[in-house]
Design a protein around this ligand. Structure first.
Ligand code: SAM
Length: 402
């Protein structure tokens, strides 16, 4: 992928967009020399100087875009490639580079749109067609927070083992996920249903995909809200999940969406939405109604259980997202710890992922000692290494499949 991007970008250099006066041509050649030598700052200063003298030179805008792109300043690259495209709307190379810059910036719908325009301009370009097809079939998690819980990637393996625990159910499994963000966990659920459950299944995702504090940190350069960007990324990731797993979503808070769902309609419910106490408690109460007997209620971010903390302190801090626990010294989500404690008491927990099985009489702990868990192949290499390290020294899982 990275190689394809680079090649695509390099082709900007070959593009003679206008016939500049020779003095300008010399200065462009000098800037390109600096650019090729990796002296981006000097090259960019010279490109900008040339643009000030001749703002209609599309090629220089595109070269500036390339320099920014190569330094992974994708939003800047979008701005400069846009100028180039504005000056030469029929130039398929510029449009393609704009698509790649949008992709780098995580703006997937914009990237799609530009890829389609580039293909209309250059329909026989098989490399471009392949590039687009590759993008359409590859998950995309390069957005801030795209991989949630990076300090404990093994949680994904326990999630897949949860699916394996229900392998004796002789029909497709139904999963409800509260809180999906960019879709990393949906990919884990979908792969698990595909690989570990013969009849596959369905996943319903509930998330408002609203602006929140962490989304505000995303640089979007004026197009769309950050939440819509994440929503786009989620829909893209849902679309690349295995086909035999059906994925639906409701864009709403769990408080609005869950009461509208039918009793006993899910086999697994994963609670990973708002982590404050009241919302988590309400999610647990509704999930209990929605879960079939024999099904598993589980969730994320239970770093410390109440017995290892101080319940009074948890109550005082139940509307804090993430704090250091004064008793255990570990960081934790006070709202999650308190809500889980009040609903169940102690639960079975695995590196922050917790799970309980619904029985006729209440809930019982689960064990993964005989279950198979999957490597989250959509996670980056360092996290996979971390997962291997974890299971090399932990024997709470029956089998671990790469
Ligand atoms: C921790 S992230 C989910 C991460 C995701 N499960 C993953 O592992 O990739 C929490 C998500 O919950 C969503 N959320 C916040 N409040 C919510 C609510 N009241 N109901 C449902 N989802 C909510 C946020 O929009 C955010 O996308």
């Amino acid at each position: 992928m990275e190689k394809g991007v680079q090649e695509g970008m390099e082709s900007v250099n070959d593009n003679q967009s206008s016939a500049p006066p020779s003095e300008e041509e010399d200065r462009i050649a000098k800037a390109v020399e600096l650019h090729d030598a990796g002296q981006y700052g000097d090259a960019e200063s010279l490109y900008l100087e040339i643009i000030r003298g001749n703002p209609a030179n599309a090629r220089v805008w595109a070269l500036l875009g390339l320099a920014r792109y190569q330094q992974r300043a994708f939003s800047d690259a979008v701005v400069f490639f846009r100028h180039a495209v504005g000056l030469q709307p029929g130039n398929a190379v510029f449009v393609r580079n704009l698509a790649l810059a949008f992709l780098g910036a995580g703006r997937l719908s914009d990237a799609d749109e530009q890829f389609q325009i580039a293909l209309r301009l250059d329909p026989n370009n098989s490399e471009l067609r392949q590039e687009w097809a590759r993008h359409k079939s590859t998950c995309f998690l390069a957005v801030p927070g795209g991989l949630q819980g990076i300090h404990a990637p093994q949680r994904q393996v326990y999630m897949s083992a949860t699916v394996d625990l229900l392998k004796t159910i002789d029909r497709p499994l139904d999963i409800l996920e509260v809180g999906s963000y960019a879709g990393a966990s949906v990919i884990t659920w979908a792969r698990s249903l595909d690989r570990l459950h013969e009849q596959g299944g369905s996943i319903l995702c509930v998330d408002p995909w609203e602006d929140n504090e962490s989304l505000e940190k995303i640089d979007v350069q004026g197009v769309g809200t950050p939440a819509d960007l994440i929503y786009d990324v989620f829909r893209h990731n849902a679309s690349v999940c295995p086909e035999r797993v059906r994925i639906d979503h409701i864009r709403a808070t769990s408080g609005d969406a869950l009461p509208r769902l039918r009793d006993a309609s899910f086999d697994i419910i994963y609670v990973d939405g708002c982590h404050f106490y009241e919302e988590t408690s309400a999610d647990l109460v509704e999930s209990h109604r929605l879960l079939r007997t024999g099904g598993i209620l589980c969730g994320d971010d239970l770093e410390v259980q109440a017995a290892q903390s101080d319940v009074n302190w948890l109550r005082e801090n139940k509307r804090e997202d993430y704090l250091q626990d004064p008793v255990s010294g570990q960081p934790l989500h006070p709202g999650v710890t308190l809500a889980v404690h009040e609903f169940f008491g102690p639960v079975s927990a695995f590196s922050g992922f917790w799970a309980m099985r619904k029985t006729g009489a209440g809930y019982e702990p689960v064990s993964f000692a005989e279950a198979t868990g999957l490597m989250p192949i959509h996670w980056d290499k360092p996290y996979k290494r971390e997962v291997r390290r974890h299971f090399a020294k932990t024997n709470d899982l029956g089998a671990f499949v790469e």
